[in-house]
Design a protein around this ligand. Structure first.
Ligand code: FA5
Length: 343
């Protein structure tokens, strides 16, 4: 038994010494000290020897175990050092190498423009309200005074999802929802996507509008003009002027198309100007005083002198003007060479 212990111990020390890596060292450990390892196997025979010899054998076995464990630990440390040294050699990091370029994303030009417009108007008390893009025919048309047989339906070619359900053609669909949801005063902006069967350099089938609605006692056309002049000066520059041209929208009376003076030809209108094409003016939005019929439909009493104005601006067109984008479709092609210019 003593001889067997000695043989196992000495062999173990040899194997540990010649282990070349941590993995083979672990195998050696298991083959000696593991449950079915060589040392355990020898000790299984202890039961067969006389009781008087057992303490001596037990003592020897413990001593060998301790020697083996110490030897394993010291070889392990050696092998770890070797592993680390090899790693440092083979995986050298060149801290002077130029770093890889990280492409940081940025907000889309349409989002930036939307945020800019909202920021300007929120300074004078407008809050943002959202409405659904999938809208009922009622809120998109009838509730803004466009009846089923009204010729104004032809002004906006509509995507119908099912009978009575449309993709909203304008953010004016939010007007009636807002007037029914809350009483005056109302001062809201409704940004969002709208849809029409359109497609060319200045018309996209999906585009964005921001609707403005201010309803309160005694609101007048001059308030509309003051609000839009403030907005235009903040957006296009302090020398900007605005002009109203009479126009027709069924939900306002009177209605107007609003132009801003060309921010490119600030001092003198140039016939060569690429922005205004020599006219000196840029059309930016539709606006007007809320039609009395809408107040009626929203359940407002005629006696309470509540009036209102509304306007609707096309975000892409504003972005095109501000950044001189020649074709609206560029905004939706996802070409980073184009989009990253507006970071
Ligand atoms: C309207 O949509 C009205 N709801 C605006 C309004 C609101 C008038 C409140 C009065 C009171 P219009 O169809 O003109 O009006 O569209 C408004 C703006 O959306 C246009 O001036 C234009 O800038 C933009 N626009 C219209 N169609 C498209 C399109 N297919 N692609 C990109 N922009 C468009």
């Amino acid at each position: 038994m003593i001889q067997k212990l000695q043989d196992v111990g000495e062999l173990a020390l040899q194997q540990i010494k010649f282990s070349q890596d941590l993995e083979s060292l672990e195998k050696v450990r298991i083959s000696i000290l593991g449950k079915k390892g060589a040392l355990s196997e020898v000790l299984k025979g202890v039961g067969a020897i006389p009781a008087s010899d057992r303490p001596q054998i037990g003592g020897m076995a413990n001593e060998w175990k301790k020697r083996i464990e110490e030897s394993l630990e010291s070889r392990k440390q050696q092998l770890e050092q070797i592993w680390l040294a090899q790693k440092v050699q083979t995986e050298r990091i060149d801290i002077t190498a130029p770093s890889r370029c990280l492409h940081r994303g940025s907000l889309h030009l349409v989002t930036q423009t939307t945020q800019r417009i909202i920021q300007i108007l929120s300074r004078i008390g407008f809050d943002v309200t959202l409405g659904p893009e999938v809208e009922t025919d009622y809120f998109n048309f009838e509730a803004v005074n466009i009846q089923a047989d009204h010729p104004a339906r032809d002004m906006q070619d509509t995507f119908f999802l099912s009978p009575g359900i449309v993709l909203r053609t304008h953010t004016s669909s939010v007007q009636m929802r807002a007037m029914r949801a809350q009483k005056a005063p109302i001062r809201i902006l409704c940004p969002g996507a709208v849809y029409r069967c359109d497609n060319d350099a200045t018309h996209s089938p999906m585009f964005h509008q921001i609707e403005g609605l201010w309803v309160d006692r005694g609101v007048r056309m001059s308030d509309l003009k003051g609000t839009l002049l403030y907005w235009a000066k903040e957006l296009f520059g302090s020398s900007t002027q605005i002009r109203f041209r009479p126009s027709y929208f069924p939900f306002v009376e009177p209605g107007a198309e609003v132009d801003v003076s060309c921010f490119q030809c600030r001092v003198k209108v140039s016939p060569l100007c690429r922005v205004c094409k020599g006219s000196g003016w840029l059309e930016v939005l539709g606006a007007g005083m809320v039609h009395p019929r809408l107040f009626e439909m929203a359940g407002y009493s005629q006696d309470d002198e509540v009036r209102g104005f509304a306007f609707g601006v096309g975000v892409e067109r504003i972005a095109m003007l501000l950044y001189q984008v020649p074709d609206l479709r560029l905004l939706y092609q996802g070409d980073l060479r184009f989009l990253s210019q507006f970071k």
